[in-house]
Design a protein around this ligand. Structure first.
Ligand code: SF4
Length: 373
């Protein structure tokens, strides 16, 4: 297949779904790691094509959702400082911190700007030499190379007014933590294909074999997701636990080695708190010692941050697959994309937003159909 439309072919989708139905003999719980896959599943009704024995668990792969509250509050504190231009991608502006969001800081006079690339923030630093320009560098391995390049270029140009608030998270330690959890129900993973386009999948075989769990590298179009599920179910039914690449048009075993070398130079592994989940050892990146001068946490005094989560929001349980968004009492009532309580409703990749936007507003088992005689 060469064109995008071919990965959305309804007849092939029905055929794949029929194959999955035919090979399924019992309940299987499969986690799609990435929020982009969750949205594809909801948008295309893939969950409704599957046999009832297949349970899809939505994973923690939404970068905005898992950015820890402490980092959001640090961003808010820095953005409110005079003489600072605080740059971020648009999604981050509405993510609630402990008591406000970046939009509120902007409305109160903070110079908060939406940029489309971290390199735009570097450019702003060149254009505004008397201001401190700070970029909020969040996300998984997918966004990290562009952020690494921005810091690399800032250093190369000798910029002293650019820094980055870094909160990068990594997929393999998250898979490991999910499998180690005593409450884990996940039996197979659809790995996030765009992460693997950068990192390859050489890190995955030890995970699959240690936890005896199938991991299938999967893309984001409906047929990509269905094929990923089909391969997971085939392995589960056969008692196998291999790493398979179902996204060969984008992902290779090695990944992008040049990008990986840049990441290794600019970042260093660190323990990282995931919002709603807690600290996962060695699950993130911070700036390496060679780039410590560009770390906004070193440049600004933001150590005295006290956080408090919304008591109503259950996004931590949503992110761990413990509950579906519709299990949250606030879902679709007090909490909507216009009045979000949590990042999972704010983010374009959030599971709560996916359920809201694609109409999974009522749990099917709670629907009562009245039959008139
Ligand atoms: S529906 Fe809203 S309040 Fe409930 S978990 Fe999702 S974001 Fe949080």
């Amino acid at each position: 297949m060469k064109y995008l439309t071919e990965f959305r072919d309804g007849a092939i989708a029905q055929k794949l779904a029929a194959e999955i139905r035919q090979m399924t003999t019992r309940h299987w719980a499969i986690m799609e790691v990435c929020g982009g896959q969750t949205h594809s599943i909801m948008r295309n009704g893939i969950d409704q094509l599957l046999p009832s024995e297949i349970e899809l668990i939505h994973g923690p792969g939404c970068p905005v959702c898992v950015t820890p509250l402490e980092m959001i509050d640090k961003a808010l504190a820095i953005a409110a400082l005079p003489n600072v231009i605080f740059c971020s991608f648009g999604d981050m502006l509405r993510v609630p911190g402990s008591d406000r969001d970046l939009f509120r800081v902007k409305s109160e006079g903070g110079d908060v700007r939406v940029v489309y690339s971290p390199l735009d923030a570097v450019q702003l630093a060149v254009q505004h030499p008397t201001k401190q320009v700070v970029f909020f560098g969040i996300g998984f391995e997918t966004t990290a190379p562009a952020n690494a390049m921005a810091v690399h270029l800032a250093k190369k140009q000798g910029l002293t007014n650019f820094s980055m608030l870094v909160s990068h998270v990594l997929v393999p330690p998250a898979i490991d933590a999910i499998m180690r959890s005593p409450t884990n129900r996940v039996q197979a993973f659809l790995a996030a294909g765009h992460v693997n386009s950068v990192m390859g999948f050489w890190q995955y075989p030890p995970l699959a074999s240690q936890h005896r769990v199938p991991i299938v590298i999967t893309g984001f179009e409906p047929l990509d997701v269905l094929e990923g599920i089909r391969r997971c179910v085939r392995q589960l039914e056969a008692g196998e636990h291999e790493v398979e690449n179902a996204y060969e048009r984008v992902v290779t075993f090695d990944g992008n080695r040049a990008a990986q070398a840049l990441l290794e130079e600019v970042f260093a592994e660190s323990d990282r708190a995931w919002r709603g989940i807690g600290v996962i050892p060695r699950s993130g990146w911070k700036l390496s010692d060679a780039y410590a001068d560009y770390d906004a946490e070193n440049r600004f005094d933001v150590s005295d941050i006290h956080t408090h989560e919304s008591p109503e929001c259950r996004s931590g349980e949503v992110l761990q697959g413990a509950i579906k968004p519709t299990d949250c009492p606030a879902f679709g009532k007090q909490c909507t994309p216009r009045t979000p309580f949590g990042a999972t409703m704010v983010s374009s990749e959030g599971a709560c937003a996916a359920y809201f936007n694609y109409g999974r507003v009522v749990q099917l088992e709670r629907v009562r159909v009245r039959v008139h005689a």
